[in-house]
Design a protein around this ligand. Structure first.
Ligand SMILES: Cc1cc2nc3c(=O)[nH]c(=O)nc-3n(C[C@H](O)[C@H](O)[C@H](O)COP(=O)(O)OP(=O)(O)OC[C@H]3O[C@@H](n4cnc5c(N)ncnc54)[C@H](O)[C@@H]3O)c2cc1C
Length: 461
């Protein structure tokens, strides 16, 4: 097997003391271990190290650094551009480090970053407690937390990073540091939105929130310019307890819709109200009145129900563009519908997330997420079937992105794809980017951690 012989054999020998599994191409579980969430990413690492503890992480970092081998870090494996995979390099796979330690007394939890959002949400549910992650239960705590985390509870509780109290990080020189408001405060600031640029984050400590009452689920409405613009206007005017994610999309293959509706364009909305049942009913009523719902599964239920079971073999192939916009009125809604109608991609979507609320209460310079005043996040995406089809779909998302008047000088790093340096700079504008570069030069001066939306160490170092 070429990947375990010759030049890479020597570094692999250095991994013999590792306690976790070291999986190379001759291992029967190699293909399963190297598979990431998105299809179309087919990278073949020299070895995947399913680290068991901090010492393992250190050992792999030392080996990669000493031998000059590319290093990928994987938690949930959901990077759309395959940043948690590498051709020929080493992967630190954190999935075996998924311990969740909850202290209901102090309402805090230490979570190893290989856990998924759903695993944590389920464990917290037993205590009536929550943290807000995103809209997918299988996303890794590592990736979503370091990117920021915008999900079902964003207007009620803020971003995932707004509940972060501390983190443990193994840096490029092998040190195992605690970062919080007092210790390594610069590093703590940087990892809250700066992604995996500063080291391997092995554990994070969260402040937990009580959520005795929750109403949520899926509401499907017919998509017209009026319902889309109305949905957005209602989401913006809603109380902070209410967060919505409006997916304007083709209704193909939704099990909860009758087959005759599968060609329709709909708003498939996630509704999440963090509060009393009666207030929820009042806040959600105007959404239900926008049009006769095609499906209404919004009801009082435990928050964990927002993460239904997922097919572990689901491997979508998709292209996407992310943007902040100021508004979606009738004209923009019309444009979205026009593009969705023109496309024949098996799945095509414009996803609208109205922000504000608790997210906007945090000062813009408090963390590396600098876009607290951006009112709305929109992601456009389409599935593709082949390399040629990928180009067609990419042109579609790029064109639609341009038509929606995005705020070009801002971006959310968690949804960036292979958008290029200008968009990374937009994610980290001005003083935020300069500060991140300075901190990068302290903790990772040689840019060992570069398989990410990369921040260069500042030149003065
Ligand atoms: C289906 C889907 C739904 C999503 N929904 C949302 C959403 O609602 N809200 C939202 O904010 N985001 C969302 N995202 C984006 C998601 O948060 C990012 O893609 C995130 O980076 C994925 O984290 P992961 O650990 O699963 O991915 P991975 O691919 O494992 O990692 C992603 C990146 O983070 C780095 N990284 C991961 N763990 C660590 C660690 N412990 N230490 C250092 N670096 C690390 C990796 O090196 C890589 O660069 C979604 C993504 C998908 C695919």
């Amino acid at each position: 097997m070429s990947s375990t012989t010759g030049t890479v054999q020597r570094p692999l020998n250095k991994l013999t003391g590792v306690k976790g599994r070291v999986i190379t191409a001759d291992d029967p579980s190699y293909d399963e271990a190297r598979t990431v969430f998105y299809g179309g990413i087919d990278k073949r690492p020299s070895a995947i190290i399913q680290v068991a503890d901090v010492d393992d992480v250190r050992r792999v970092i030392r080996t990669a650094r000493g031998e000059g081998i590319e290093l990928a870090i994987r938690s949930g494996g959901h990077s759309i551009v395959g940043h948690s995979a590498t051709d020929g390099g080493l992967v630190i796979d954190l999935r075996a480090m998924s311990k969740i330690e909850i202290d209901p007394e102090t309402r805090t939890a230490w979570v190893e970053t290989g856990a998924t959002a759903k695993q944590v949400t389920e464990a917290l549910s037993e205590h009536g407690l929550v943290i807000g992650f995103g809209d997918s239960g299988s996303v890794g705590v590592g990736g979503i937390t370091l990117g920021g985390g915008i999900g079902f509870l964003v207007r009620a509780l803020g971003m995932t990073i707004d509940s972060l109290l501390a983190a443990e990080v193994v840096t490029a020189d092998g040190r195992h540091l605690r970062a919080d408001a007092n210790e390594h405060a610069d590093l703590f600031w940087a990892i809250r939105g700066g992604g995996g640029n500063f080291g391997v984050v092995t554990r994070v400590q969260f402040r937990l929130h009580e959520l005795p009452h929750f109403t949520g689920g899926i509401l499907v409405l017919p998509a017209t310019p009026e319902t889309i613009a109305g949905f957005v206007a209602l989401s913006m005017a809603a109380p902070n307890e209410l967060s919505t994610i409006g997916n304007v999309m083709n209704a193909a293959h939704f099990p909860f819709l009758p087959e005759e509706l599968h060609d329709r364009l709909v708003i498939m909305a996630f509704i999440a109200f963090a509060g009393e049942d009666e207030s929820a009913t009042r806040a959600i009523a105007p959404f239900r009145s926008l049009a006769e719902p095609l499906a209404d599964m919004v009801k009082p239920q435990p928050y964990v129900a927002m993460y239904p079971p997922e097919d572990p073999n689901y491997r979508p192939t998709a292209v996407a563009r992310t943007m902040f916009v100021n508004s979606i009125g009738n004209t923009a809604a019309d444009t979205i519908l026009d593009y969705l109608t023109k496309s024949d991609a098996a799945m095509r979507v414009a996803q609208i997330r109205v922000l504000g609320g608790a997210l906007a209460r945090v000062p813009a310079d408090a963390t590396a997420y600098a876009h607290r005043s951006q009112p709305m996040l929109v992601n456009v995406a389409a599935f593709y079937t082949s390399e040629a089809d990928r180009e067609v779909r990419k042109a579609w998302v790029t064109e639609l992105h341009g038509k929606l008047q995005p705020n070009e000088d801002a971006a959310y790093v968690g949804f960036l794809t292979d958008d290029g340096q200008a968009r990374i700079s937009a994610a980290y504008p001005g003083a935020t980017g300069e500060r991140l570069s300075r901190i990068k030069s302290i903790y990772d001066p040689t840019n060992l951690f570069r398989l990410n939306q990369n921040i260069s160490p500042s030149a003065e170092s």
